[in-house]
Design a protein around this ligand. Sequence first.
Ligand code: GDP
Length: 295
Amino acid sequence: MFNNLSEKLDKALHVLKGHGSITEVNVAETLKEVRRALLDADVNFKIAKNFTNTVKEKALGQNVLTTLQPGQLMVKIVKDELTQLMGGDVEGINMSGTPTIILMSGLQGSGKTTFSGKLANFLKNKKTKKPLLVACDVYRPAAVDQLHVVGDQIKVDVYSDKGNTDPVAIAQAGIAHAKQNGHNVVIIDTAGRLAVDEAMMTEISNIHKAIQPQETLFVVDSMTGQDAVNTAKAFNDVLNFDGVILTKLDGDTRGGAAISIKSVVNKPIKFIGTGEKMEAIDVFYPSRMADRILG
Ligand code: GDP
């Protein structure tokens, strides 16, 4: 995960680490390298620039040039800023509501169905939760079948209605089914498209309005870099979602999406997907991610 970025940041900061004392020139050069590493990781130019400016201000504010171990202090400042950029404190899922309704949104192929299963499994393992998965993709019968396969695998019930072409009606019927059958969490998997289009946005917005979920999650493939950030913005404009799920972090992803998304949509990343298996889900901890990036 983020190997390239980690290596580049390590190289950039390495120059300062060995120094007992450093100069303003050292700091400026290091920050230039840090910025370059962020840009290479597909972080938006403005975000990368703001980031290094903030680090510089903090470094000067904390008299980095005159401390005993300026290199360590710089690493700490960069780590703290990276944590802030990715979200600061950890935010969980709003589990109020009987049942709690969780709506999944995102493009086709982003990992919505897989993540719906992972989340259901994660919650089911908490013992007090009895989730129901609801299949609202009315365009791709294969997507409905896929959710059933996932449900069988994790032993979680799945509600679907294959002949029905109205996703709002299916979502509502799914919630009614949950109430009748003692499910206290309903996870609604929806249809995505390959790119943002008006029909998809209208549909997800209609479902959102009709069921008023406690939690609306936006799922995005971390491999798509700045596109991930643009898609997040488009969905957030329509749904004002509560959190982001970043998938496929096990792949050769550069890191731009993880670093940029929070500051663009001002919504936290809540979970990450780290593989195709149902267990490959992790709560997103910005500080741990910063530790990981900076080694
Ligand atoms: P959907 O169209 O948004 O429902 O996406 P899917 O859940 O069908 O996922 C699309 C593809 O991505 C599938 O082949 C999944 O197995 C794969 N996938 C989903 N999440 C992850 C992940 O975190 N890591 C990896 N490596 N693959 C994933």
